[in-house]
Write a protein that binds this ligand. Structure first.
Ligand SMILES: Cc1ncc(COP(=O)(O)O)c(C=O)c1O
Length: 367
């Protein structure tokens, strides 16, 4: 038996989006726009910042496992505290779910090129990881339903999906759910929930409080708290009780929990972030389409473009970097022809479009 199991040996460590200072130095640029990691360009929620500052006097004390935030969330969403979990980002909770529910013989089922954080977590558990292809860049829920077998334990669905930005609808989810046995756990990852919630076709999973569905949400995106690591989940109390047995007892940190509570009260910031994002999505989608690029319609805070070949995607990424625009090439997700561009400030969008207009790769796609 080797020291490192083969399923760990074959993983590649997560590569974070390139950082702005590094690119600025490398290419000698005056200004860089980082549109690579679906972060909030407005910075952190001001009320979250105030709440975090108030915790400094008590940082010598251990945190209470997210209990304060769980209570606030339970009240806000009309649930019991027992139905709520808080953790170090939604990925922290995903990691708990995988440790709690997966046995060696179990299988995980999801779409091809799913959110990379989930891919890494599931594969590092060493269980069989099965996927079905996208249909027109959407989850193919009918195909997923057909793939469920006796060993399927977890089905992972991100809605809106990262990296495509697409959603599945209420109607599609209802149809799908009828085919899922009760012994199968569905993870509904709603990291981008706030961006999609006003779309009447979007199935807010609060209406799906079934016994085998766990919803995950985060403060990393719309509330601008990616660096703080705070996320939450809703599920049947038995599911939560078992996750709590596995969770690190002092996760989330005192600072992270306070940030979450502060952010939930920050309606003004939420609205400002939504407005900026809607403007950015529209501007980027229209401008890039006018250049002849294929842009997948998005319900999140990023757009995915599809180039004719992997080589063109790599070249375009290089051209954009040279002009100070950091985007996300999607080879590591499993989509080498695709690039994901997060929304930013109005100025970032303008700079991104100008850089694209100067691109030789884009000029070739247009002709
Ligand atoms: C679909 C999806 N789920 C989860 C996460 C991770 O969020 P968190 O920062 O809460 O761990 C991301 C972040 O990019 C994401 O895109």
């Amino acid at each position: 038996m080797p020291l490192v199991p083969p399923y760990i040996e074959s993983l590649r460590p997560y590569e974070a989006g390139r950082n702005a200072e590094e690119i600025q130095r490398e290419y000698g640029l005056a200004r860089v726009s980082k549109l690579a990691s679906n972060e909030n360009p407005l910075g952190p929620s001001p009320l979250a910042l105030q709440a975090m500052a108030r915790t400094v006097e008590s940082l010598h004390l251990y945190p209470n496992g997210g209990l304060d935030l769980r209570r606030v969330l339970a009240e806000k969403f009309d649930l019991k505290t027992e139905n709520v979990i808080a953790g170090s980002g939604s990925e922290g909770i995903m990691s708990n779910i995988i440790r709690t529910f997966l046995g060696d013989e179990d299988e995980v089922l999801t779409t091809e090129a799913a959110f990379i954080g989930f891919q890494v977590l599931a594969k590092s558990r060493g269980v069989k990881y099965r996927t079905v292809p996208y249909r027109d860049w959407h989850y193919d829920l009918a195909a997923l339903a057909r793939e469920i077998n006796d060993r399927t334990k977890i089905i992972y669905l991100a809605n809106p999906n990262n990296p495509t930005g697409t959603i599945f609808t209420k109607h599609e989810f209802d149809d799908f759910y009828r085919h899922v046995p009760e012994r199968v756990l569905i993870i509904l990852d709603e990291a981008y929930f706030e961006y999609a919630k006003d779309n009447p076709r979007y199935p807010d999973s609060m209406h799906y409080r079934y016994d085998n569905v766990i919803t995950l949400r985060t403060f990393s995106k719309i509330y601008g708290l990616a660096g703080v690591r705070i996320g939450y989940g809703f599920a049947h109390e038995d599911l939560i009780a078992n996750c709590l047995k596995v969770k690190l007892p002092f996760e989330p940190s005192t600072v992270a929990q306070a940030a979450g509570i502060g952010a939930l009260a920050d309606k003004e910031f939420l609205h400002r972030s939504l407005e900026l994002n809607a403007r950015g999505l529209k501007f980027l989608t229209n401008a890039l389409r006018e250049m002849g690029l294929t842009v997948v319609p998005s319900e999140a805070n990023f757009v995915m473009i599809v180039l004719p070949a992997a080589e063109q995607a790599a070249l375009l990424n290089g051209e954009l970097l040279q002009q100070g625009i950091i985007v996300r090439p999607l080879t590591a997700f499993g989509l080498p022809k695709c690039i994901r561009i997060s929304t930013g400030t109005d100025e970032d969008h303008q700079r991104c479009v100008e850089a694209m207009q100067k691109s030789e790769v884009v000029a070739v796609c247009k002709s």
